[in-house]
Ligand binder design. Structure first.
Ligand code: KG4
Ligand code: ZN
Length: 337
């Protein structure tokens, strides 16, 4: 049975996994840097790469220990080499290359975004979700793809400004809620009224499969800090913060769900696969599932731990590539974009 070790360091999680070709997870570790970046209100690239350097070897060791496997028993090493933060990507890529050279094993490059979509393959192994519309909503991306087959993804459209996760993170900072913003806004929104504030939905015309969150973000900034902007004091009390959080969350979810359903209708597909950190959002999951069900469309969203960055999703994608005969050279480069 083929066993692949995968490494994921594209942003601020240091992760490794070992998976076999039946897509069984033999071992998986995610070392989150959330606490380190929290005091800065967002990911600081330089600090992220340093933390990856410190974490990478212990994370790989612990993954192998959990998988009860030695390096020699592996068939290949795979790494997410694009897109992401340049310094972060380099740490994972260097580790993967070093292992390949030392062990004389093949190297495989995996696209992080495609891996996010592929996470649903682990969770929905029995269903054939292809062809589907893939939606990736993370800290760096809000993109729609038409996925004809597991190896054939066509980009349909994305964000004109902020990514959905980025908007969550920035709006959380405006509301003085902790980083990462997605989970804190979701928590605050639980006890808020999503109809309390009328926030702009999207200024984009209906024809385009694209997203824009900057107008929404600015509307929240004025509500939260008035004309003083980001540096001004918070003008809302705790109950108002909960209401703004709920109204903001609903506006983002509405934009994501309506555009994804538009894409499915236009391309005549019966499945939607969503991934990325924002796909862990409870309101998004519920709204998409209900709206898709009304139209007879199936939804594949991986469990929460496979939505945020992890190496299991990279492994699932790597096995598909390995089986298709794909191998990469040791001259492989990291591509931030
Ligand atoms: O996919 P991911 O872990 O990393 C990137 O590839 O960017 O996504 C991280 C993003 C962050 O912006 C975070 O605020 C957001 O996903 N996020 C959420 C939730 N959990 C994480 N956004 C909304 N609701 C959540 N529950
Ligand atoms: Zn990601």
């Amino acid at each position: 049975m083929t066993k692949i070790l995968t490494i994921e360091t594209t942003c601020d999680e240091t992760a490794a996994a070992v998976m076999n070709d039946q897509l069984d997870v033999l071992g998986s570790v995610v070392a989150s840097q959330d606490k380190i970046h929290q005091k800065f209100g967002g990911v600081v690239p330089e600090i992220a790469s340093r933390a990856h350097v410190e974490n990478i070897v212990p994370v790989i060791d612990e993954t192998l220990r959990r998988a009860n496997i030695t390096l020699n028993e592996l068939d290949a090493i795979a790494v997410a080499n694009t897109p992401g933060l340049a310094g972060s990507l380099l740490v994972g890529l260097s580790a993967a290359k070093a292992l390949c050279v030392a062990l004389q094993k093949p190297l495989l490059a995996v696209n992080h975004l495609q891996a996010h979509i592929y996470a649903c393959k682990v969770a929905f192994a029995q269903s054939n979700v292809f062809p589907c519309i893939g939606l990736i909503v993370s800290g760096g991306h809000s993109s729609l793809y038409r996925c004809a087959s597991p190896l054939d993804f066509t980009f349909l459209g994305g964000t004109m400004d902020d990514a959905a996760g980025e908007a969550f993170d920035k709006v959380a900072a405006m509301l003085a809620l902790p980083y990462p913003g997605g989970p804190s806004i979701q928590k605050a929104a639980q006890n808020g009224n999503p109809k309390a504030y009328r926030l702009p939905r999207s200024l984009l015309d209906e024809e385009r499969l694209a997203f824009s969150f900057s107008g929404l973000k600015t509307a929240v900034l004025y509500l939260a800090r008035g004309r003083a902007g980001r540096k001004g004091p918070l003008l809302l009390d705790a109950a108002q913060v909960r209401d703004v959080a709920a109204s903001f969350q609903l506006a983002v979810v509405h934009a994501l769900v309506s555009r994804t359903l538009d894409a499915a209708a236009r391309h005549g597909v019966r499945w939607i696969a969503a991934g990325g950190g924002v796909a862990a959002n409870g309101c998004f999951r519920k709204t998409l599932a209900e709206a898709a069900a009304e139209r007879g469309i199936g939804v594949a969203i991986p469990p929460m731990r496979l939505c945020t960055d992890n190496a299991v999703m990279v492994a699932a994608r790597a096995h598909r590539l390995f089986a298709a005969g794909v191998r990469d050279e040791l001259t492989l480069e990291a591509a931030a974009r």
